[in-house]
Design a protein around this ligand. Structure first.
Ligand SMILES: Nc1ncnc2c1ncn2[C@@H]1O[C@H](COP(=O)(O)OP(=O)(O)OP(=O)(O)O)[C@@H](O)[C@H]1O
Ligand SMILES: [Mg+2]
Length: 407
């Protein structure tokens, strides 16, 4: 299968097609990696299309840089393959792969001005003077540094230096662009600005790109797709929308933004949760009657009301008591203690709470809600108020059955 696909891409490239092919331009297949006895990557596979930006998101030590180093040829995988535009490059040395790598520290040549830096790769490849000049002019325009072309790196801002680094890499038309925490050294404002610029730039140059970040907001904004890594394996890969709204695992749910988790029991077309029935259409292959499940929802997926009048599309889950009200600028955050909880399903392990915004208590007792300004103004709430809680959206995750409960 993979082979047939690779061939197609090769044919496509040979015919000098410049159209945007939806096929994979860069792929890794079944990568694993060990350092001594410890396994740091397990069976990593993904594809990146021409012009697509894939973000690898994961905690420190999850294996992000190792994946990039393997693609770049700086590290050999234990098993698996790296395929760039249909060519298996796994055995090729780094310099023959045509991979552009942009690291956090841009490592420009300090004694060369901007245009010399950008043209460097072409000069060592012995390209014609005119070709070099035309490429450099084009790239300077692309990264909007025309008026800075004679400056030296020390005379540029961090963001400008990073743009030079990108232009320098683009000059030799890389097969794939790899970015390892490219904005790490910049202040928040420059980061946000530069990542938008780079995103727009990548759409123009139509090169597949892989970004590493551990900043969730950056991942959502930058990536056409995001791969969430945990301890050397991919937990989920999907569009930012899918990853955020339909997390496949509890790890993904809690790693990416704040998540509330309640336990429930499957009862036909309903979930029994905290004393209420929540309608849910479930995959009957995965979920059976009587199964304990986790109901995962975002703080903004909860509607708080006084009394029992619910807005349409929202499903009651419980009543609760407001424990805390915090004003955080654009919205308000409430911490609510639920009046009832499901005792039937005690989870064996403590849930992951990796983000600071995720409630740190037991999942069935306290949840976090965010309300926009208009919502907060319509119904003012303060500590001690009793409210009714309803969900507008949620995801259901299975809880593995305990062996003894099967009998
Ligand atoms: N050369 C090496 N020798 C031994 N162990 C290594 C080596 N390189 C990386 N590791 C280990 O592999 C794991 C993954 O490292 P990697 O640098 O890929 O993580 P990362 O996801 O990029 O983390 P960070 O966000 O901190 O940069 C870590 O546990 C690290 O200690
Ligand atoms: Mg790293």
């Amino acid at each position: 299968m993979v082979r047939a696909k690779s061939k197609l891409i090769e044919i496509d490239r040979k015919s000098e097609s410049t159209t945007n092919t939806p096929q994979s331009a860069a792929s890794v297949r079944g990568l694993s990696k060990r350092f001594g006895k410890s396994s740091v990557l397990e069976n990593i596979s993904f594809d990146v299309a021409e012009g697509e930006a894939l973000v690898l998101l994961g905690a420190s030590g999850s294996g992000k840089t190792t994946i990039l180093r393997i693609i770049a040829g700086l590290e050999q995988p234990y098993t698996g393959k790296v395929i760039l535009h249909g060519r298996d490059v796994t055995e090729l040395p780094a310099r023959e792969r045509g991979v552009g790598v942009i690291f956090q520290s841009y490592a420009l040549f300090p004694k060369m001005n901007v245009e010399k830096n950008i043209g460097y790769g072409l000069r060592i490849r012995k390209r014609k003077r005119r070709e070099i000049r035309e490429t450099v002019d084009h790239l300077l325009e692309l990264v909007q540094l025309q008026e800075h072309r004679k400056k030296f790196p020390s005379q540029l801002s961090g963001g400008q230096q990073q743009r030079v680094a990108i232009a320098r890499t683009l000059a030799y038309k890389p097969e794939v662009l790899l970015f390892d925490e490219p904005f790490g050294a910049l202040d928040t404002q420059t980061r946000v600005h530069l990542r938008r610029e780079i995103r727009a730039l990548l759409r123009k140059v139509n090169v597949p790109a892989i970004f590493i970040t551990h900043d969730q907001e950056e991942a959502l904004e930058l990536g056409d797709r995001v791969a969430v890594l945990n301890n050397g394996h991919i937990e989920q890969i999907g569009t930012p929308y899918e990853i955020y709204n339909r997390p496949a695992t509890e790890y993904v749910a809690t790693f990416l933004g704040a998540a509330n988790i309640l336990e429930g029991v499957v009862r036909g077309n309903y979930l029994e949760v905290a004393g209420s029935k929540l309608p849910a259409v479930l995959d009957r292959e995965k979920f059976r009657d009587g199964d304990c499940v986790k109901i995962v929802f975002r703080p903004e997926d909860v509607v708080a009301t006084k009394g029992d009048l619910l807005r349409s599309g929202a499903h009651r889950i419980s009543s609760g008591i407001v424990d805390e009200v915090t004003f955080i600028g654009a919205y308000e955050r409430l911490r609510v203690r639920l009046a009832t909880s499901v005792d039937e399903c005690k989870t064996q392990e403590e849930p992951f709470y990796l983000t600071t915004e995720t409630p740190e208590r037991r999942p069935s007792t306290s949840i976090s809600i965010t309300r926009s300004k208009p919502e907060a103004n319509t119904l003012r709430l303060s500590t001690g108020d009793r409210i009714t809680l309803a969900l507008t959206s949620f995801t259901v995750l299975p809880i593995p059955r305990k062996p003894q409960s099967r009998a």
